[in-house]
Design a protein around this ligand. Structure first.
Ligand code: ATP
Length: 619
């Protein structure tokens, strides 16, 4: 499931109510006092609006018709008081609504982040991060709008409208009936327009998030963009997306704004009819004009809330699309959930066993096939294999980023599917090929290995990872903020920080994806030294790219197209000159051993024995 899929699904009748009920059920309780303020203020706004229309009747009759001077004082005081009260109530209502809205945004942002953290790795491989962030941003606003639109329109506009219509009926039932005739065509127009807008809204959200995501990706990969002079091509793509987004927005505006001329025309008709009929009654039948003035004022004042209520339907459609997309995300079931009877893993020595494991990212593309091996406790097991052989997949399965299709993986004889993920991963330290550094200081980044680590432990780990020297040379030492993904550090420095993070974790199992990036010899040697240190006494599974790692490993696993084809030590595998390993060693090994120091990468060294299909992201 990805969020990028355009959905033709239409809102079911009553869905607005269902979504609203869910938002209120999930958040309403905590905002109840704010709702009370909003409702009280809205009632005041409505009451004072109806009062200002009602007061037109005594004003015209008593001041202008009966010429009573004493009426001026109370009518003016009443007007002034009503407007003052309305001003303060409007302010209170707006602030309370904003408070609820802002709190909702913050709540959903937190909820979504918590939920994202629970989703399986596969969700993130299927969903582009930039788009996801843009969608979340746009859609969370939708939830706020849905609630504030409803609250504002129902409490203020609907109540105001009811007050004004009540006044109109009180002043003149016949005129009221004729002016209310515009209701049915207005409702028809609203229904027609909301249906049209609904179809375009989701597309618009998707296009906008694609656009923002593309801009984000282009800026993240700016070095490659510039190196390959891709600026023009990317700008062309962004232009296309921006044009499409503009067209969609224009279409939404064209459709939703149709409501304005329709409602203006209908209101014009109603007011014209009322003026003509009431003029006739005043001139021909000699009726006092007060009630008619009051009626017309109420009618004119009713126009705005009525129009807003009609427009609210259109606005709610958009907000509903946003809210639905948020709930689609929140309702995604986390994968690799702990089983109900999952227990805490008790991992001491950290012996890892793969028992006949088969796995594929999709049913028709097996990646690992009947894989069985043991990574001995406290020993170094090196995995070698051509690109796409399944090395990273094996490491991902051990961390339970995915569940195996067949077979089992055990750590200290405990099936990893039956223990809590938290306790399993807490026993594993992972150093990836491309170390990721997070927003924060160098110290923070090392501490992510174990949040309870003291400053002394962090510095000790950095020393063991040969990172202490360069960290102290940074402008603020350990407290130097790292740039986005550590851009202010060199590749080797980033690796050593991530090794320090792994050391601080004090985990019995170490998973290591050796870097293939070319580091200079000195940096390479320092990273190597740090790794040697971190491997000591731990069960280490290393995706080996350096010959020195392979040669010195206690056990070597040779993978070919997801199958274990050979295993043993360097010496035992080399004993058979026809082994895949020996062939690899002959073809590429000499280069590594003879021409450069033996710490050089051997990423593509294992010859492929058969043509492979495209290997996706690894191709
Ligand atoms: N998230 C994914 N979704 C679908 N297929 C994937 C995914 N990750 C990897 N694959 C496929 O699984 C196969 C094994 O990939 P894997 O990354 O495990 O290989 P590898 O041996 O680590 O390669 P490399 O040394 O190049 O990193 C490849 O064919 C790859 O295309």
């Amino acid at each position: 499931m990805t969020l990028d899929t355009p959905s033709k699904q239409k809102a079911r009748p009553g869905e607005v109510n269902a979504v609203l009920r869910r938002i209120l059920a999930e958040n309403g309780h905590d905002h109840r006092w704010s709702y009370v303020v909003v409702i009280a203020c809205s009632l005041i706004v409505s009451g004072t609006t109806a009062f200002s229309a009602w007061v037109m009747a005594p004003m015209v009759n008593q001041i202008f018709y009966e010429r009573r001077g004493d009426a001026i004082v109370w009518i003016c005081a009443g007007f002034m008081g009503a407007f003052l009260l309305r001003g303060f109530a409007g302010y209170g209502q707006a602030v309370a609504l904003a408070k609820i809205g802002n709190n909702l945004v913050a709540r959903y942002q937190k909820r979504i982040f918590d939920h994202l953290m629970k989703l399986g790795v596969s969700f993130f491989t299927d969903t582009r991060s930039g788009r996801l962030a843009a969608q979340v941003n746009e859609n969370v606003g939708g939830i706020r709008d849905l609630l504030s639109l409803t609250l504002t329109s129902i409490t203020r506009d609907a109540v105001t409208l009811v007050g004004l219509v009540g006044l109109m009926i009180y002043q003149d039932p016949v005129l009221s009936l004729s002016s209310l005739l515009i209701g049915p065509p207005l409702i028809w127009a609203v229904v027609y327009i909301t249906r049209r807008v609904r179809q375009i809204n989701r597309e618009s959200v998707l296009i906008n998030s694609r656009l923002i995501g593309a801009i984000q990706e282009a800026t993240q990969g700016i070095a490659i963009v510039k190196a390959f002079t891709m600026e023009g091509e990317l700008a062309r793509r962004i232009d296309d997306m921006a044009d499409t987004a503009e067209q969609r927005s224009n279409k939404i505006a064209r459709v939703s704004e149709r409501l304005s001329p329709i409602s203006d025309m209908l209101a014009g008709l109603a007011v014209t009819a009322v003026i003509a009929y009431s003029g006739y009654r005043a001139l021909v039948l000699g009726q006092p004009p007060g009630a008619v003035f009051s009626f017309i004022t109420a009618l004119i004042l009713a126009y705005d809330p009525a129009r807003r209520l009609a427009r609210m339907q259109v606005g709610m459609e958009r907000a509903l699309v946003n809210a639905r997309m948020i709930y689609e995300l929140l309702d995604l079931e986390p994968q690799q959930e702990d089983t109900p009877d999952a227990v805490e893993a008790k991992i001491t020595s950290g012996e890892v066993r793969f028992n006949n494991v088969s796995f594929g990212y999709s049913a028709d593309m097996p990646v690992l096939r009947n894989l069985s091996f043991t990574a001995g406790a406290g020993k170094v097991t090196a995995i070698v294999g051509a690109s796409g052989a399944g090395k990273s997949t094996l490491v991902a399965l051990l961390q339970r980023f995915y569940d195996v299709d067949c077979g089992s993986i055990t750590v200290d004889d405990q099936d990893i599917a039956k223990v809590t993920k938290q306790s399993l991963r807490g026993s594993i330290a992972y150093v990836s090929q491309a170390p990721y550094l997070f927003e924060g200081t160098i110290r923070d980044n090392i501490r992510y290995g174990r949040l309870s680590a003291t400053d002394a432990e962090i510095e000790q780990a950095a020393r063991q990872a040969a990172a202490d020297d360069f960290i102290r040379l940074q402008p603020q030492g350990y407290d130097t903020p790292v740039g986005e993904n550590g851009v202010t550090l060199s590749g080797g420095q980033r690796q050593r920080v991530s090794i320090a993070r792994a050391i601080v974790r004090q985990a019995p199992i170490l998973l290591l994806d050796e870097a293939t990036s070319a580091l200079d010899n000195e940096a390479e040697a320092r990273v190597q030294e740090a790794l040697t240190h971190v491997m000591q006494g731990r069960t280490t599974i290393v995706i080996a790219h350096r010959l020195s790692t392979v040669v010195n490993a206690d056990h070597i696993i040779v993978l070919e197209e997801g199958r274990l084809v050979e295993e043993g030590t360097h010496a035992s595998l080399m004993a058979d000159p026809h082994s895949v390993y020996a062939r690899f060693h002959r073809v590429q090994g000499k280069k590594g051993l003879g021409l450069v120091d033996d710490a050089k990468p051997i990423q593509t060294s294992l010859p492929r024995t058969s043509a492979k299909k495209a290997v996706g992201r690894n191709a």
